[in-house]
Design a protein around this ligand. Structure first.
Ligand code: HEC
Length: 251
């Protein structure tokens, strides 16, 4: 019995590790791999704003185009800037050791990033940049303090002058009716081309895409899962009848 309890404890241990996610402030993000439009906007953002530094070398352009419903010629003409062929892996040409010199740390490959950190972390991180003149890049991040990555989306979001309200729930002041922390950033130093809601949606799409690349078979797995359950249910009837047949003469 003691062995059984011990085995049980070790089975749930990894799940406890996941629970440790909540140590940095985070806003919840629920990915939706069935939302192709969101994934298409996500891959566009990724290609334009991230791929210069981050590779995605466990994904292939062709597979992404197929899964996201983007015709191959459109993908090749508009979303491959390196001259790579559609069948190649999504690598870039930044040298890791040189990048480490420039940024303090090399930009990691992002194929499995959403699996590593979780979608809510990535979503919050991308919305967590703010102005900090003590840093070499001029920015810091509430989710990843002293990060080496510059705020590459500043032209879209603008630059937040104070720590943004990531993971801080909005509250209503009872007397005045004022809403506290209702917006992500209470004061911008410079404006971007997107409104706050538009930027949140864009970061949702980008995170959704990273979530897809980290687990590209999720939809297929869930679809097959239903058939497996139906099979198990039907099989149960036969197994039950057979069992009854075997035992009917045993008293
Ligand atoms: C100018 C180069 C550059 C660009 C462009 C860039 N990044 Fe980064 N990124 C970095 C560097 C450098 C790091 C490592 C920072 C560190 O470890 O301090 C990083 C780290 C990250 C991390 C955290 C990785 C971890 O440690 O888990 C994520 C997530 C990320 N980047 C996402 C993005 C996304 C999404 C984009 C596109 C919007 C992007 N990056 C564009 C340079 C870049």
């Amino acid at each position: 019995m003691r062995k059984l309890i011990l085995a049980l404890v070790f089975t749930v241990l990894p799940a406890l590790g996941l629970a440790a996610e909540g140590t940095v402030p985070m806003d919840h993000m629920e990915p939706d791999h069935a939302d192709k439009a969101s994934l298409q906007r996500g891959v566009t953002l990724f290609t334009n704003y991230c791929m210069g530094c981050h590779s995605m070398e466990y994904s292939r352009y062709k597979r992404v185009a197929e899964d996201l419903g983007i015709p191959e010629d459109l993908y090749e003409n508009n979303l491959i800037f390196t001259g790579a062929k559609i069948g190649e892996l999504m690598k870039n040409s930044m040298k890791k050791d040189m990048a480490a010199d420039w940024f303090g740390a090399p930009p990691p490959d992002l194929t499995l990033e959403a699996r590593l950190r979780g979608e809510s972390w990535v979503y919050s991180y991308l919305r967590g940049f703010y102005k900090d003149d003590t840093r070499p890049t001029g920015v810091n991040n509430v989710v990843f303090p002293n990060v080496g990555m510059p705020h590459v989306l500043v032209s879209l979001q603008g630059l937040c002058g104070v720590k943004p309200n990531v993971g801080v729930p909005a509250s209503v002041e009872p007397l005045s009716g004022n809403i506290n922390n209702g917006e992500l950033c209470p004061s911008y130093v410079s404006e971007g081309s997107m409104s706050e809601a538009e930027f949140d949606q864009a970061m949702y799409d980008l995170t959704n895409f990273l979530s897809y690349t980290a687990d590209p078979v999720k939809l297929e797995r869930e679809r097959l899962g239903i058939f497996v359950l139906i099979f198990v249910a039907i099989f149960f009837v036969f197994a039950y009848l057979l069992n009854r047949e075997y035992w009917k003469d045993v008293h």
